[in-house]
Design a protein around this ligand. Sequence first.
Ligand code: SAH
Ligand code: SF4
Ligand code: F3S
Length: 483
Amino acid sequence: MQQLIEDLEVLGSSEGCETFTVSRETSTGKTRKLYIESYGCQMNFSDSEIVASILAQEGFDTTSDIQSADVVFLNTCSIREKAEQTVRNRLAQINQLKKQKPEMLVGVLGCMAERLKSRLLEEEKIVDLVAGPDAYRDLPQLINQVDEGQKAVNTFLSREETYADIAPVRLNSNGVTAFISIMRGCDNMCSFCVVPFTRGRERSRDPYSIVAEATDLFHRGYREVTLLGQNVDSYKWSHQENNKAFLEKKGIQDVVNFANLLDMVAQVNPLLRVRFSTSHPKDITDDVLHTLACHENICKYIHLPVQSGNTRILELMNRGYSREWYLSKIDRIREILGEDCGISSDMITGFCSETEAEHKDTLSLMDYVQYDFSYMFFYSERPGTLAEKKLADDVTEDVKKRRLQEIIQKQNEHSLLRNKRDVGRTFKVLIEGYSKKSNDFFQGRNSANKVIVFPKENYNKGEYVNVLVENCTGATLLGKVVS
Ligand code: SAH
Ligand code: SF4
Ligand code: F3S
């Protein structure tokens, strides 16, 4: 998947939620300092970059030192109960700091802010400001309100907001890879999922602004962009007067779909790699797969979350596809893009009424697909979702966790098998920076999103090199550069 997730990857992890603090400080002598911590998915990390950009216009520098911050923001996630608990624990820690520095403004942004709205102010006394994902343009005004001694809340969800005109301030950037949000919200209403409630209706961003952002990143030395959306395959931009000339030049008359968009971004420069996430099994088209096949610089890697391998459970989850449909998509990927295309998944164990036999269907589906990687979770009931309203959360926690262990173990076996296949082969790798363990080694990824570590020699970050893989673990390939 993506760089940030990559940085965190613990093979067989059941945790998709992690934290990032600002690692890039802007010191332009501005008057106030912003510290921002992001939880949850890449969309949230991408949003934090938009927040930093909006506040940069308002006299804020970013800082990675919470002690020196005037404003502390937590950009939060609600996907599982544990994600919210993590934020509450963090607020308790920050409370200690605020006792020594009462003027420090504490704000909660993102999905938990949207879900709990002003209740958050009652439940967490330390919080001064609550802003949902579509309210970030209002942050300067909300901060003023707090400065004037009030608490401030904006959790209005928009049908139009895409922040298309805001150039994100790249936080935590390695200068080589970056995210570009291409759409917001989600209309799918998977029964377990809180996202449609916290992020609102699906809307796509103007393709012109996406191509412009990718082009700008390329000129600034970036060599990989990841196009982000909860369901990128339903990206859709209707022809509008203001970008008519641009679209006509690209040969597109009416509607830009995801395959068209991929094609446009791939044409920015052959040296700019293009990745994307997340694909939805019900919506991914042959057109998208053929577009991948046509462009060497579109990475051959598809994150295609299955959630469950059993059709009855998939129906209860309201996923919009059956086991057979999903497997036919896997077959198409293999037919069009071959065995080397990386495929990963998300899975949930112990969803409402899941039987032992149905759990085994997930295991057998994994055997068929042989994923390179998966994010695996046990089901966590979320307030307000369709499942919470209509289905009993009746699988015990012990059973959920035992089933989770079983899929993790299977995934670990498959990851190792898929990596062993690559030993002895040579891959084009984009160098992203030092390996986690040593500054004598670089790491990067191949097209299929495999992390490859190799001796640094005289190569540089942002360069492409050919690496012969000599060894592997389940998580990483190890090799050396060959000419
Ligand atoms: N839009 C993506 C998923 C976004 S959420 C998609 O449709 O695939 C990321 C993952 O979190 C989901 O794929 C799912 O596996 C997991 N997840 C979502 N809600 C969950 C819940 N209530 N309990 C456990 N895992 C959940
Ligand atoms: Fe949630 Fe389903 Fe939308 Fe993904 S597609 S964000 S799982 S509702
Ligand atoms: Fe979490 Fe919201 Fe993303 S709930 S997974 S931060 S869209």
